[in-house]
Design a protein around this ligand. Sequence first.
Ligand SMILES: Nc1ncnc2c1ncn2[C@@H]1O[C@H](COP(=O)(O)OP(=O)(O)O)[C@@H](O)[C@H]1O
Ligand SMILES: [Mg+2]
Length: 467
Amino acid sequence: MTNPPDPNRGAPTLTHALLGWLLIPLLVLLAVSAYTTYRNASHLAETERDLVLEEITDDLKELASAALEAKRKIDPDSLAFNLLIRDAKDQRYFAIYDPNGALLAGDPRLTRMGTGVGNDQHAVFGTLSLDGRKVRRAAVKGSKEDLPGFEIQVAETMVRRDRLTLHLLRGVLVPQALVLILSIPLIWFGISRGLHPLEALRRRITHRSAQDLDAIPADNAPRELQPVVTALNDLLLRFKAVQDEQRRFMADAAHQIKTPLAVLTAELDLARADTSCPCAQPTYRRLQKATARLAHLVRQLLALAHSEANASKTRVLFDLSELAKEVTGDFVAAAGRQRIDLGFEGAEQAIPVRGNPTLVREAMKNLVENALKFTPEGGTVTTSARASPPVFSVADSGPGIPDAELPLIFQRFHRAPDSSATEGSGLGLAIVQEVARKHGAVVTVGKSALGGALFELRFEGDAVSLS
Ligand SMILES: Nc1ncnc2c1ncn2[C@@H]1O[C@H](COP(=O)(O)OP(=O)(O)O)[C@@H](O)[C@H]1O
Ligand SMILES: [Mg+2]
């Protein structure tokens, strides 16, 4: 069996919508967090590196002071200078100005700041561009005792700062992103768990048979679903009312036809008994036959209406074996007329079944009637009743049912194309199936050991009485 394509495949699912509504705000939060973390990280990196830069500037001041005290020239190529100024990652620049503003050593592009640098011994920071790169500069003034009036500047590129910023940023953002990614399956799981009642409701509705119009229990549905369930139950109730009305109409119509039909049959019997008019006899015979067929159809219609009616919910305990024997017995005479060997194979002990014996008898009658009807003269029909599970079956030596017909024979008014020679309404098996459904039973059809058809009525679930 192939499933029909789902027309709602492209429709958005609630899970996706909820996931989207949760994840988009979370992504926005992550972006906000990334921005603030970046701001904090670069501020932190700047403060940290500025401290280092200030220390280098102070050291450079001491170095220059020592050189001047020793009346030496400041030599930028000396080892001490190199140790202070060289760096593996960053490019460093420096400048030393004497109190007259003359550059004693260093890079002239680090222009003198003059009054920009106060006397409070603390460095003044700023950024500027050198060799096309952004650099951070620290400038200090010499103190009264140490190089008074001098100005010492050290600048460095931003490599270490940028790295530190990136490092801090990564340290915060990577775990956050990981938490977000890991939360997706958890959120997914949470949502699908949360939507379980919806799924349970869907399953409860889809597993229903088309005939089951009883209200859907709303008690264990969550409050959000209650209005849906209530609306659905309301619809079911209205639908049931319409269906009941139709059923009643069919039953009433069939019932109403019964009386004139009985009159017609009686009148025809009288007419046939009157032999004074022999030329009309063939017509009467045909009329009688047609009337009999009509009567059969009306009986079947009534039986179907009865089997579908809700009144048939009455359930009693009865013996399936006993009932099968009785029904078979009712057909012995008819089978004899057709020279068909009708037999019953029953169980010794009773087979208790809970249900409506009138309906089950009707179903059995239809199965036996069919077997006798479609089995040619001299054939065999065997009915049987077995226990655990209770099964009533009818096997015949007739032509059987062609595979192409199998899916159709239970439909109302369906008759095999070549069965037009036999009388019938095509309602027999529809009645059997309706009765089976009412009893939670299944009707199956297959090939019998006798060579013809094998029909089985198997009772399951509630109908199987353990008492
Ligand atoms: N025992 C059987 N052997 C062969 N064909 C059968 C048998 N029972 C039913 N069928 C087929 O199924 C069709 C439907 O059966 P049913 O609903 O009882 O209608 P009807 O008996 O009025 O023809 C029959 O017309 C016949 O073709
Ligand atoms: Mg029939």
